[in-house]
Design a protein around this ligand. Structure first.
Ligand SMILES: Cc1cc2nc3c(=O)[nH]c(=O)nc-3n(C[C@H](O)[C@H](O)[C@H](O)COP(=O)(O)O)c2cc1C
Length: 191
Protein backbone atom coordinates (compact mmCIF):
# COMPACT_ATOMS: atom_id res chain seq x y z
CA UNK A 1 0.00 0.00 0.00
CA UNK A 2 1.17 3.56 -0.57
CA UNK A 3 0.69 4.68 -4.17
CA UNK A 4 -0.87 8.00 -3.22
CA UNK A 5 1.45 10.82 -2.19
CA UNK A 6 1.32 13.21 0.77
CA UNK A 7 -0.89 16.14 -0.16
CA UNK A 8 -3.94 16.11 -2.41
CA UNK A 9 -4.05 13.46 -5.14
CA UNK A 10 -6.37 14.23 -8.06
CA UNK A 11 -7.92 10.93 -9.12
CA UNK A 12 -11.08 9.77 -10.82
CA UNK A 13 -13.23 8.40 -8.03
CA UNK A 14 -15.59 5.59 -8.95
CA UNK A 15 -18.62 4.56 -6.95
CA UNK A 16 -21.40 2.31 -8.24
CA UNK A 17 -21.85 3.15 -11.98
CA UNK A 18 -20.43 6.63 -11.43
CA UNK A 19 -17.11 8.37 -12.02
CA UNK A 20 -15.98 11.90 -11.14
CA UNK A 21 -12.65 13.64 -10.52
CA UNK A 22 -12.05 14.05 -6.80
CA UNK A 23 -9.15 14.99 -4.54
CA UNK A 24 -7.89 12.43 -2.04
CA UNK A 25 -6.17 14.17 0.83
CA UNK A 26 -3.28 12.15 2.23
CA UNK A 27 -1.74 13.68 5.36
CA UNK A 28 -0.25 12.28 8.53
CA UNK A 29 -0.75 8.71 7.31
CA UNK A 30 -4.53 9.22 6.83
CA UNK A 31 -6.73 9.46 3.72
CA UNK A 32 -9.76 11.73 3.44
CA UNK A 33 -12.15 13.22 0.89
CA UNK A 34 -14.19 16.40 1.16
CA UNK A 35 -17.36 15.94 -0.85
CA UNK A 36 -19.69 18.73 -1.83
CA UNK A 37 -23.25 17.69 -1.11
CA UNK A 38 -25.41 16.97 -4.12
CA UNK A 39 -22.85 14.98 -6.11
CA UNK A 40 -23.55 11.36 -7.02
CA UNK A 41 -20.18 10.51 -5.48
CA UNK A 42 -21.20 11.97 -2.11
CA UNK A 43 -24.56 10.17 -2.19
CA UNK A 44 -23.03 6.83 -3.19
CA UNK A 45 -20.26 6.98 -0.58
CA UNK A 46 -22.81 7.78 2.13
CA UNK A 47 -25.01 4.92 0.96
CA UNK A 48 -22.51 2.16 0.15
CA UNK A 49 -19.39 3.00 2.20
CA UNK A 50 -16.71 2.48 -0.46
CA UNK A 51 -14.91 4.40 -3.19
CA UNK A 52 -12.22 3.47 -5.72
CA UNK A 53 -9.44 5.95 -6.56
CA UNK A 54 -8.47 5.43 -10.21
CA UNK A 55 -5.05 6.81 -11.09
CA UNK A 56 -5.54 8.09 -14.60
CA UNK A 57 -3.58 10.46 -16.83
CA UNK A 58 -6.17 11.25 -19.49
CA UNK A 59 -7.28 14.88 -19.84
CA UNK A 60 -10.36 13.95 -21.88
CA UNK A 61 -11.57 11.52 -19.20
CA UNK A 62 -11.05 14.15 -16.47
CA UNK A 63 -13.22 16.63 -18.37
CA UNK A 64 -15.86 14.10 -19.40
CA UNK A 65 -16.33 12.67 -15.90
CA UNK A 66 -16.34 16.15 -14.30
CA UNK A 67 -19.27 17.32 -16.42
CA UNK A 68 -21.20 14.21 -17.51
CA UNK A 69 -21.78 10.54 -16.81
CA UNK A 70 -20.12 7.45 -18.26
CA UNK A 71 -22.23 4.53 -19.54
CA UNK A 72 -22.50 1.42 -17.34
CA UNK A 73 -20.27 -0.40 -19.86
CA UNK A 74 -17.38 1.90 -18.85
CA UNK A 75 -16.94 0.15 -15.49
CA UNK A 76 -15.25 -3.09 -14.42
CA UNK A 77 -16.53 -5.00 -11.39
CA UNK A 78 -14.16 -6.21 -8.68
CA UNK A 79 -14.88 -7.98 -5.42
CA UNK A 80 -12.88 -6.47 -2.56
CA UNK A 81 -13.33 -7.55 1.07
CA UNK A 82 -16.98 -8.44 0.52
CA UNK A 83 -17.79 -5.25 -1.44
CA UNK A 84 -18.65 -5.43 -5.13
CA UNK A 85 -16.92 -2.28 -6.43
CA UNK A 86 -16.64 -0.51 -9.78
CA UNK A 87 -13.34 0.72 -11.22
CA UNK A 88 -12.23 2.14 -14.58
CA UNK A 89 -10.62 -0.30 -17.05
CA UNK A 90 -8.08 2.26 -18.31
CA UNK A 91 -6.62 3.18 -14.91
CA UNK A 92 -2.84 2.84 -14.52
CA UNK A 93 -3.52 1.82 -10.92
CA UNK A 94 -6.49 1.72 -8.56
CA UNK A 95 -7.06 1.70 -4.84
CA UNK A 96 -10.31 0.51 -3.26
CA UNK A 97 -11.15 2.27 0.01
CA UNK A 98 -13.62 1.57 2.74
CA UNK A 99 -15.20 5.02 3.34
CA UNK A 100 -16.92 6.32 6.47
CA UNK A 101 -18.49 9.77 6.88
CA UNK A 102 -16.70 11.44 9.80
CA UNK A 103 -18.19 14.95 9.58
CA UNK A 104 -21.28 16.50 8.03
CA UNK A 105 -21.38 20.25 7.31
CA UNK A 106 -24.14 22.25 5.60
CA UNK A 107 -22.51 22.13 2.16
CA UNK A 108 -20.05 19.25 2.43
CA UNK A 109 -19.24 15.88 3.92
CA UNK A 110 -15.82 14.69 5.08
CA UNK A 111 -15.10 10.99 4.60
CA UNK A 112 -12.24 9.06 6.15
CA UNK A 113 -10.87 6.36 3.89
CA UNK A 114 -9.16 3.06 4.71
CA UNK A 115 -7.31 1.34 1.87
CA UNK A 116 -8.54 -2.23 1.24
CA UNK A 117 -6.74 -3.15 -1.98
CA UNK A 118 -4.19 -1.45 -4.22
CA UNK A 119 -3.42 -2.69 -7.74
CA UNK A 120 -0.89 -1.35 -10.27
CA UNK A 121 -2.12 -2.21 -13.78
CA UNK A 122 0.09 -0.43 -16.33
CA UNK A 123 2.20 2.43 -15.01
CA UNK A 124 3.44 4.88 -17.65
CA UNK A 125 5.88 7.78 -17.81
CA UNK A 126 4.29 11.23 -17.98
CA UNK A 127 6.66 14.12 -18.79
CA UNK A 128 5.28 17.30 -17.21
CA UNK A 129 3.04 19.19 -19.62
CA UNK A 130 1.65 22.56 -18.54
CA UNK A 131 -1.26 22.10 -20.93
CA UNK A 132 -2.28 18.92 -19.11
CA UNK A 133 -1.97 20.61 -15.72
CA UNK A 134 -4.03 23.52 -16.98
CA UNK A 135 -6.82 21.22 -18.18
CA UNK A 136 -7.08 19.93 -14.60
CA UNK A 137 -7.09 23.51 -13.23
CA UNK A 138 -9.63 24.77 -15.77
CA UNK A 139 -11.87 21.77 -14.99
CA UNK A 140 -11.80 22.42 -11.25
CA UNK A 141 -12.70 26.08 -11.81
CA UNK A 142 -15.22 25.07 -14.47
CA UNK A 143 -17.24 22.82 -12.13
CA UNK A 144 -17.66 25.84 -9.81
CA UNK A 145 -18.17 28.33 -12.66
CA UNK A 146 -21.18 26.34 -13.89
CA UNK A 147 -22.83 26.99 -10.52
CA UNK A 148 -22.13 30.69 -10.05
CA UNK A 149 -20.85 32.19 -13.36
CA UNK A 150 -18.31 34.14 -11.23
CA UNK A 151 -16.31 36.43 -13.59
CA UNK A 152 -13.20 35.88 -11.44
CA UNK A 153 -13.41 32.14 -12.14
CA UNK A 154 -13.97 32.86 -15.82
CA UNK A 155 -10.69 34.82 -15.84
CA UNK A 156 -8.83 31.86 -14.30
CA UNK A 157 -10.40 29.49 -16.83
CA UNK A 158 -9.39 31.70 -19.77
CA UNK A 159 -5.83 31.90 -18.40
CA UNK A 160 -5.58 28.10 -18.18
CA UNK A 161 -7.18 27.53 -21.58
CA UNK A 162 -4.59 29.84 -23.17
CA UNK A 163 -1.86 27.66 -21.61
CA UNK A 164 -3.54 24.52 -22.97
CA UNK A 165 -3.50 26.04 -26.48
CA UNK A 166 0.20 26.91 -26.10
CA UNK A 167 1.54 23.76 -24.39
CA UNK A 168 -0.99 20.96 -24.97
CA UNK A 169 -0.85 18.04 -27.39
CA UNK A 170 -3.80 16.52 -29.29
CA UNK A 171 -5.37 14.94 -26.15
CA UNK A 172 -5.25 18.26 -24.28
CA UNK A 173 -6.73 20.10 -27.29
CA UNK A 174 -9.54 17.52 -27.49
CA UNK A 175 -10.19 18.00 -23.76
CA UNK A 176 -10.17 21.78 -24.25
CA UNK A 177 -12.85 21.64 -26.96
CA UNK A 178 -14.98 19.37 -24.76
CA UNK A 179 -14.56 21.67 -21.76
CA UNK A 180 -15.48 24.78 -23.76
CA UNK A 181 -18.60 22.96 -24.93
CA UNK A 182 -19.67 22.00 -21.39
CA UNK A 183 -19.05 25.54 -20.16
CA UNK A 184 -20.71 27.17 -23.17
CA UNK A 185 -17.68 29.38 -23.79
CA UNK A 186 -16.48 28.12 -27.17
CA UNK A 187 -14.92 30.94 -29.18
CA UNK A 188 -15.65 30.99 -32.92
CA UNK A 189 -12.44 31.10 -35.00
CA UNK A 190 -11.53 34.63 -36.23
CA UNK A 191 -12.26 35.17 -39.94
C1 LIG B 1 -9.57 17.81 -10.70
C2 LIG B 1 -10.90 17.92 -9.98
C3 LIG B 1 -10.97 17.67 -8.62
C4 LIG B 1 -12.20 17.73 -7.94
N1 LIG B 1 -12.23 17.45 -6.60
C5 LIG B 1 -13.41 17.45 -5.94
C6 LIG B 1 -13.46 17.11 -4.55
O1 LIG B 1 -12.43 16.82 -3.91
N2 LIG B 1 -14.69 17.10 -3.95
C7 LIG B 1 -15.85 17.41 -4.64
O2 LIG B 1 -16.93 17.37 -4.02
N3 LIG B 1 -15.82 17.75 -5.97
C8 LIG B 1 -14.64 17.76 -6.62
N4 LIG B 1 -14.60 18.08 -7.96
C9 LIG B 1 -15.86 18.41 -8.68
C10 LIG B 1 -16.61 17.14 -9.10
O3 LIG B 1 -15.81 16.31 -9.94
C11 LIG B 1 -17.88 17.56 -9.89
O4 LIG B 1 -18.75 18.26 -9.03
C12 LIG B 1 -18.62 16.38 -10.52
O5 LIG B 1 -19.64 16.89 -11.38
C13 LIG B 1 -19.27 15.44 -9.53
O6 LIG B 1 -19.83 14.36 -10.27
P1 LIG B 1 -20.84 13.29 -9.67
O7 LIG B 1 -22.17 14.00 -9.42
O8 LIG B 1 -20.95 12.23 -10.74
O9 LIG B 1 -20.25 12.77 -8.38
C14 LIG B 1 -13.38 18.07 -8.65
C15 LIG B 1 -13.31 18.33 -10.04
C16 LIG B 1 -12.08 18.28 -10.70
C17 LIG B 1 -12.04 18.56 -12.17
Amino acid sequence: MGLLQEGINEVIATTWSNAAPMGIIHRGGEYRMVLFRGSHTAMNIERWGWVVANIVHDPVLFVRTAFSDLPDSAFVEEEVEGFLVHRLPGAEAWIAFDAAIEHRARESLAAILSPMKEVVVSPAVHPVNRGYNSIIEASVHGTRYLWNKDPGLRGLIDHHLALVRRCGGPKELEALALLEGYLGIRKEPQA
